[in-house]
Write a protein that binds this ligand. Sequence first.
Ligand SMILES: [Zn+2]
Length: 218
Amino acid sequence: MASGPKRHLRVAKAPAPAPAPVPEPMPTREEVEKAVRVLLRWTSDDPNREGLIDTPKRVARAFEDWFSGYKEDPELYLSRTFEEVEGYDEMVVLRDIRFESHCEHHLAPIIGRAHVGYLPNRKVVGISKLARVVDAYARRLQVQEKLNAQIAKTIQNVLEPKGVAVVIEATHQCMTTRGVHKSGVSMVTSTLLGAFREDANTRREFLNIIGNPVSVQS
Ligand SMILES: [Zn+2]
């Protein structure tokens, strides 16, 4: 019954470090379909009615499509570069890259456009590859700031340009269809690295090209 004085606990040796989390195994398709059925019941509807009976199967397939980015290696898209560009060292910009993503907090769609620019340092890449990088990260569970930084850092790491700029404008359906229900608002984020961060002219030129999203002016 009698427990010792509590202060002894304070001088006890430091707790063992928590074991590294073991990633949970990939569920089977059957488990996923069952989970979707539970969500259908959560709506108060009847998962056995005709219109819903195949919904778990369809949702499982849709997830494979929406989240296919986990199976892609964005760095690989940038690994094939061209160095024979006649000394071209001006800004390369691909603007209005439409993407669809999903917010990691509500699984709700994030629909937006990304603008990607870089200042080459010998290596340039086929521009469609920039769009592939955007998609590979967008087709995962995301928050916009993380998506933005991942795209910029990947381009920086692989192409080693003099600078990278990524601006994303997107609407978050977790905000427009629920919660505060603010339609028509879009969120603008930006990651500016190297010359785009350090040189006001470079930054201005890029922002002019992409149409000056209001919140990135600096
Ligand atoms: Zn959300």
